[in-house]
Design a protein. Structure first.
Length: 134
């Protein structure tokens, strides 16, 4: 059965640089925020919820979809959503999640002009380097 995932993308501009929000998962390296779209939940609502759950960012809104990526072996379809946030975010912060026993995620920014971090989880490396969202 195909599983729908949502990837809320938060971008910020610093001079001539565009940066994307990433976080370090204590067991799964550097990655983008991503989670399952729950039954009866819209993709934009899932994006807002997952962003809050995994980064602590509240007051966000999905402003547009970037497309989808069919992640073959796992039988998933990832929905990429550009998010608007209501306030400036720090350069780095830590967020304790409410699930899985309260894991702490280290949030930071990655310059999109640079290759994905070497600590990037392989599936996120593929989503950035080899699979253009449709």
């Amino acid at each position: 059965m195909r599983t729908s995932k949502v990837v809320p993308i938060v971008l910020r501009h610093r001079g001539d640089r565009t940066e994307v929000l990433v976080f370090v998962h204590p067991d799964a390296d550097t990655q983008l925020v991503k989670g399952t779209v729950e039954a009866e939940e819209s993709v934009p609502a899932a994006a807002v919820r997952e962003l809050a759950e995994e980064s602590g960012i509240t007051g966000a809104a999905c402003v547009r979809g970037l497309g989808t990526w069919e992640q073959g072996p796992e039988d998933q379809v990832w929905h990429f959503c550009v998010m608007a946030v209501s306030s400036a975010l720090p350069d780095v912060w830590r967020h304790r999640t409410d699930d899985d026993g309260g894991r702490v995620f280290a949030c930071r920014w990655h310059n999109l002009a640079e290759p994905a971090p070497s600590s990037c989880h392989p599936i996120f490396q593929r989503s950035a380097d080899g699979a253009s969202p449709r």
